[in-house]
Design a protein around this ligand. Structure first.
Ligand SMILES: [Zn+2]
Length: 287
């Protein structure tokens, strides 16, 4: 089996040392596609957890950017772009070991490339990975995210899946929270992913990304806060069913119906939020 990736320094890492052929023969059940090192651990932990020590399940991660442009302060303030690229790729490999991923692909594009015509090359890499790994569920950035590189990865992921024949497409596409929470989505349209189990595994994975956390952003604390808040504020009446929850948009309609416009599909969630506010507030004001 062949897996050709377009960037010269694209890296495929198989934590348990099996051959690439053997991993591809077996395939994976869950695939996370993230723009940056750490995006999957903080935002697609549900996929990692769903496969961790579960017979017959396997998680693979794809990181699209090279990490060179990461923000840095404090102990990492003096680190050059090229050094930072190495640090971030090393951290991501450590996370793949800790989370026992079947495979990690670091595609090594600059953020600029992803936001240019090279986005089509990323889409081809992702199509190759998806058709070879044959995941049932794919997690990627949600289309209402506010980070342009995240949106570029969402766009390439959608293009990649839509380029594949129906039988090679995943059964489910989920858009996870990142640079924008999904608390605003109306309750009936939220996909709630239980990530209550193995809090220690989440902490272990989060703690690997020292360059980001000691580098000035407490993603570890902020993400736990978000997951706990999602679990508690998700329903104002019922007792908490889970202690930590990730929220996602179910994007599967976009890969079962190629005529669906991603912009209109995404704005539909906003329109229904508007209607929900209009109805509830209108009712209260008419009392
Ligand atoms: Zn990111």
């Amino acid at each position: 089996m062949a897996l050709t990736l377009s960037q010269p320094h694209a890296d495929i890492f198989i934590p348990d040392g099996r051959s690439l052929d053997s991993v591809l023969r077996q395939g994976v059940t869950h695939l996370g596609i993230g723009a940056h090192q750490d995006d999957l651990e903080f935002n697609a932990f549900h996929g990692i957890l769903s496969c961790y020590h579960v017979p017959g399940k396997a998680f693979a991660g794809v990181i699209c950017t090279d990490g060179a442009g990461s923000s840095r302060t404090g102990p990492y303030g003096h680190v050059s772009d090229q050094e930072m690229r190495a640090v971030r790729q090393r951290e991501q490999r450590a996370a793949a070991v800790t989370g026992e991923y079947a495979l990690l692909a670091q595609l090594d594009y600059s953020s600029q490339q992803l936001k240019s015509a090279d986005n089509a090359r990323l889409a081809r890499d992702l199509a190759a990975l998806i058709s070879e790994l044959r995941p049932g569920v794919v997690y990627t950035h949600n289309p209402a995210d506010k980070h342009e590189t995240h949106l570029a990865v969402f766009s390439a992921t959608l293009k990649a899946i839509r380029s594949l024949p129906e039988e090679q497409r995943p059964g489910k596409l989920l858009g996870y929270e990142g640079w924008r929470s999904l608390d605003w989505v109306i309750d009936s349209e939220k996909t709630i992913l239980d990530v209550s189990q193995r809090e220690h595994l989440f902490s272990a994975l989060a703690g690997i990304f020292d360059s980001q956390i000691a580098g000035g952003k407490r993603y570890d604390l902020a993400t736990v806060g978000r997951l706990c808040a999602n679990a508690t504020f998700g329903n104002s009446h019922a007792a908490d069913a889970v202690s930590r929850a990730s929220l996602a948009l179910d994007l599967t309609p976009l890969i079962t119906d190629d005529s669906l416009d991603p912009v209109e599909f995404t704005l539909g969630f906003v329109d229904r939020l508007r209607e929900d506010i209009r109805t509830k507030l209108g009712n209260a004001l008419s009392l």
